[in-house]
Design a protein around this ligand. Sequence first.
Ligand code: NDP
Ligand code: MG
Length: 380
Amino acid sequence: MKKIAILGSTGSIGTQTLEVVEAQKDIEVTALAAGSNIALLEVQIRKFRPKTACVWDEQKAKELKSSVRDLPVRILSGMEGLMEAAIEPSSDMVVTAVVGMIGIRPTIAAMEAGKDIALANKETLVTAGHIIMPLAKERGVKILPVDSEHSAIFQCLNGEHKNTIHKILLTASGGPFRGRTRKEMESVQVEDALNHPNWSMGRKITIDSSTMVNKGLEVMEAKWLFGVEMDQVQVVIQPKSIIHSMVEFEDGAVMAQLGTPDMKLPIQYALYYPERRPLSGDRLDFWIMGQIAFEKPDMVNFPGLGLAYEAGRTGGTLPTVFNAANERAVSKFLNREIPYLAITDMIEGAMNGHTVKDSPTVEEILEAEAAAYEYIESRW
Ligand code: NDP
Ligand code: MG
C-alpha cells in the first residue's frame, strides 16, 4: 500500500488529493498539514487517520490537539512541525500542496529523507530549482508534476528522450481578462480576478492566472522539470483549456495531452505513475467542442509573463524576487490594499532594484525573499 503525506491538505489541491485517495481506497495517509483551517483538518484526521498532523498557527494547533485527543495522532505546529510532517517515517511520497515559498524547506527535507515528491507547489521549484533538481538525482527520488500543464508534458514525454525536445508548448487559458488592455484592467476588483473561466483553484493561483504570472511561474517550472532553456518554452493561448500542453520534438512531431479541466487527473497520475487508474468525471466530447482556438500571448498588457522570462533567463535570486514580490503583492490585492495593476508594477520594481546572486543557498533565497517583501512594504 502506498503511503503519502499531504502538505496543504485543506486547500484546493489537498482536498482533491484526498478525494482521489478516497475513491481509489489503496493509499494510506500518514501525515496532513494545513495553515489554520482546523475545522476541516479535524474532519480529515477523523476520516483518514494520519499518524501526524501539523497546523502552522500554534494557537490553532493547541485547539486541534484538544479536539482530537481521543485519537492516536501527533499534533505539531510551525515550520518545525511542517518539516516533521514532511519526513513522517512511514510515508513514501509527499504531496506538496502548500501555497508559496513556504514549501522550500519541507520539500528539501522530504527529499533528503528519500521521499518521492508529487509537486503542486510550483513556487518551490521556481525559486530553488537549482537545489531541488540535483538533490532529486542525488537521492534517487522522483519529482512528479501535479500542475496540469507539466503533467501533460510529462505524459507526452513518456518513452521519449529529453534531449529530443525541440520546444515545449505550454498552453494557457489567458484568464478572465484575456483581450483587455491595461487601461481596461485599471478598475479590476478582487471578485473579478477570482472569476477564472475554466478552473476552480485556490485564491492566490487564481489571481496569478488572471495576471499571467502563473504562466510565467510555469515556464520556469517547466525549465527545471524538463531540463530545457527558458526560450524553448513557448506559451500558447488556448482559451478553453482542452489541450493541457504539448511537446514539439526535433523531427517536428508534436505530442499533446487533452482532457477536461479536472485536477484530479494530474493528481492521480502523479500518485500512481506509471500506472493509470480509472477516474470518473466528464469526458471530452469532440462533437460539442467543435474547434480549438489558439492565440499569441499579449506580453504588453500582461507584463508578468515577460518579467518571468527575464527572471528565468537571468536565474540566481531573480526568480525568487519575481515570486516573492508577487506573493506579497497578491496578498495585498486580496486584502484590498493595492489596485490590481500594482501587482505587476511591484514585481517589476522589486526586480529592478535587486542585485542578483548566482546559485543561491536556501538561506540566500530566503534573504532575497525578505528583501523583496521589504521593497514592497517601503512602497505601499
Ligand atoms: P489553496 O490556497 O487552496 O491551499 C493552500 C493550502 O496550503 C491549504 O491547505 C492551506 O491551509 C495550506 N497552507 C497555507 N499556508 C500554510 C503554512 N504556512 N503551513 C502549512 N500549510 C499552509 O492553494 P491551492 O491548492 O490552489 O494551491 C496549492 C499549490 O498548488 C500552489 O503552489 C499552486 O500554485 C499549486 N497549484 C494549484 C492548482 C489548483 O488547481 N489549485 C493547479 C496547479 C498548481 P489553510 O486551508 O489552513 O489555509
Ligand atoms: Mg497550471
